[in-house]
Design a protein around this ligand. Sequence first.
Ligand SMILES: Nc1nc2c(ncn2[C@@H]2O[C@H](COP(=O)(O)OP(=O)(O)O)[C@@H](O)[C@H]2O)c(=O)[nH]1
Ligand SMILES: [Mg+2]
Length: 253
Amino acid sequence: MIQMTLIQIDNYGPWTVTPTPRAEADLQILQSELYADLQRQFAAKGGLVFFTRFDNMLAVTNGVDMEDHKRIQKSIGNRYPITISMGVGAAETPYEAQRKATNALQNYGGAQSEDRTEVLAIDGLVKADESFVQIAHIDINGITDSLTDIIPAYDTSFIVNRVQHFLMKKLIEKGSLLFFIGGDNFMSPCNGLNPEGLLKIIEEIEDEINIALKAGVGKAPTAEKAANLADLALEEIRGGFTYNLVHVMKNEE
Ligand SMILES: Nc1nc2c(ncn2[C@@H]2O[C@H](COP(=O)(O)OP(=O)(O)O)[C@@H](O)[C@H]2O)c(=O)[nH]1
Ligand SMILES: [Mg+2]
C-alpha cells in the first residue's frame, strides 16, 4: 500500500490578487520556498514531495503519521503569510491514493473557500507492515550530447515537456503517476506496474517520438528508500553494468 498526501495552499488564488495583484517574482519566491520547506520537513520523516503545480503538491508519505502532518501544517502557518490544508489517502496504486487524498480534502470545501483553513483530512494511513512504495526514476538517454549542447535551451525544454506528456498519458492507465524532477528526469510512483509494463511504455515512446529513455526502479517501505534505490538502479544502467533499459532494485531489509 502506498500513502499519498495532497498539500494545498488555502484560498491562494484570491490571496495573490488581494488587495491588488502581488508582484509575480514574490509569488514565485513564496512558492519555491514553500516547496523547499515542505520537502525538508517531509524528507526528515522519509517522505518525498513533488512540486506538481506549487499551489497543489503531491507527496508520497508512507511512515508520516497524523501528528507529523499536523506539526508540518502548524509550522508553515506560523512562518508564512498563507496556510496549507492537506488530504491523505492510502491505496494499492498511487493514482488511487492521490484520488482518495483529494476527495478527503474536497469534502471540507474548495481551494478558494474563505472558510477552509488548515484542514487535515485523513482518508487513510498505511500501516507499517503494509507499507510499500515503488518509484521509477526515468531519464532521457544522452540529452546533453544530443540536445542540451546542440539546440537552443527552449527547444530542449519543449522536447522534455513532450516526453512528460507521453509518459503521463501511458502511466495513468496503469494507475501510476509521473512528476518532472528537473533536467531530463522524471519520477513515477508506480506501485503495481511491473518492469515489463514499464519497458513496453519506454519502447512505445521510442517508436512514437524517437526519444530513448531508461528507468531505474526502487522498491522499499518508504519513498526515501525507494527513490534512493531507483537512483542506484539508474546508475547501474548509466555505468553500463546492465543492458536492460529498466533495472530494478529492492530493499534488502
Ligand atoms: N533531479 C535530478 N536531476 C538529475 C539527476 N541526474 C541528472 N540530472 C539532471 O539531468 C541532466 C542530464 O543528466 P544525465 O541524464 O545524466 O545526462 P545525459 O546522459 O546527457 O542524459 C543533468 O544535467 C541534471 O540536470 C538526478 O538524479 N536527479
Ligand atoms: Mg539523461
